[in-house]
Design a protein around this ligand. Structure first.
Ligand code: SF4
Length: 351
């Protein structure tokens, strides 16, 4: 059940059955426009559709003007808390502002923000978090999903009354079960585009697993119009994980992919190292090629015949397969070099 309404965010459409939008967030100093723009462009290069930056104060809002100039039309979102003047100041330079009902208060402040949004055609995400519910919305754990939605509903009504149309909503908690329940309730209660994600998911490994579990469940039910994977670490990794989640569900064009056997005592080469090298060489190439990296002759030749390219460990080293046939026998290094050269040639594996 994709949202019934849509929201325009720059050139993107969120909701209404549009493709799921993948977003991430920079972690540079937002007053450093050069570094922030460079990281935003790197995120876009990795596959990020929309980039959010923290805008903590008026200096950062001023710097966002230069970030905007360097990014061209890349959809840009400002994350603002506490000071409504920052939201007003940054509205001309971004496509969407994210505000939290728990960190911004006052009727006059919201009116000023609503006017800035209308004046500049800037969208708004109203995002409630379990760690910052507004006064009067606090709740015991079993009521948390409903109270998160209540806090969002309160602001949706206010901004709609003020004439703002491009609204996105989100409800996030650190608990996966609370976030699941909150997002399902939000999908029932709001017809606005829904941003989904697990807040403070964790480090690269645990955060990726927890995010995949929750985003996979929601997206498979049709809940969610835009996602962010929140990881403590390099935001490029967030984009890689997000892309993989979307691809796994058929919600993103396929990319070349690496299959690798889990290895065992029979392995005749270091499968993990070879597979990681191949994966790094593939990078974010769009495509549908499958590359198999297999440790030995038990399952190797069979998988290699089905893959577009493969490296299989052999008694004497390794074999490089292309189009299901052995085209080189040598050391694992020689097979790897031949495979990477074939990728760089851009020649389809099945001639
Ligand atoms: S392909 Fe060979 S090395 Fe890999 S898991 Fe199977 S038996 Fe073990």
């Amino acid at each position: 059940m994709p949202s019934r309404r849509t929201a325009r965010v720059g050139d993107l459409t969120l909701g209404g059955g549009a493709p799921i939008v993948l977003q991430s967030m920079t972690n540079t100093d937002p007053r450093d426009a050069e570094a922030t723009a460079a990281q935003a462009l790197a995120l876009a290069e990795a596959g990020c559709d929309m980039v959010r930056i923290a805008v903590p104060d008026l200096d950062a809002a001023a710097a966002t003007r230069e970030v905007r100039r360097r990014l061209g039309r890349l959809p840009l979102v400002a994350d603002v808390h506490y000071d409504h003047r920052v939201a007003v100041a940054v509205a001309p330079y971004v496509d969407k502002i994210r505000l939290n009902p728990g960190t911004l208060r006052g009727r006059a402040a919201l009116d000023d923000v609503a006017k800035a949004l209308r004046d500049h055609g800037t969208a708004l995400r109203i995002g409630a978090n379990s760690g910052s519910l507004p006064p009067g919305f606090e709740a015991p754990p079993h009521l948390l999903p409903t109270r998160l939605c209540d806090a969002v509903a309160d602001w949706v009504a206010r901004f709609e009354d003020a004439g703002c149309e491009d609204l996105v909503v989100s409800v996030k908690a650190t608990s996966t079960t609370a976030t699941l329940a909150a997002c399902r309730e939000a999908a029932r209660r709001f017809d606005h585009p829904l941003h989904i994600g697990l807040t403070e998911a964790g480090t690269a490994r645990t955060g990726a697993i927890r995010s995949a579990a929750i985003l996979g469940a929601l997206l498979a039910e049709g809940v969610g119009d835009t996602i962010r994977v929140s990881l403590a670490g390099d935001p490029i990794e967030e984009v890689r994980v997000g892309q993989e989640i979307l691809r796994s569900l058929g919600l993103r064009p396929e990319a070349d992919r690496v299959l690798a056997c889990p290895t065992c005592g029979r392995a005749r080469m270091d499968v993990a190292v070879v597979a990681a090298t191949v994966e790094a060489a593939l990078g974010t190439r769009r495509g549908t090629r499958t590359v198999a990296v297999m440790g030995c002759e038990v399952n190797g030749p069979g998988e290699a015949r089905h893959a577009d390219m493969a490296i299989v460990g052999t008694r004497d080293g390794a074999a490089f397969y292309r189009g299901g046939k052995v085209v080189l026998q040598g050391t694992a290094d020689e097979a790897l070099k031949a495979l990477i050269a074939a990728l760089d040639d851009g020649i389809p594996a099945h001639d």
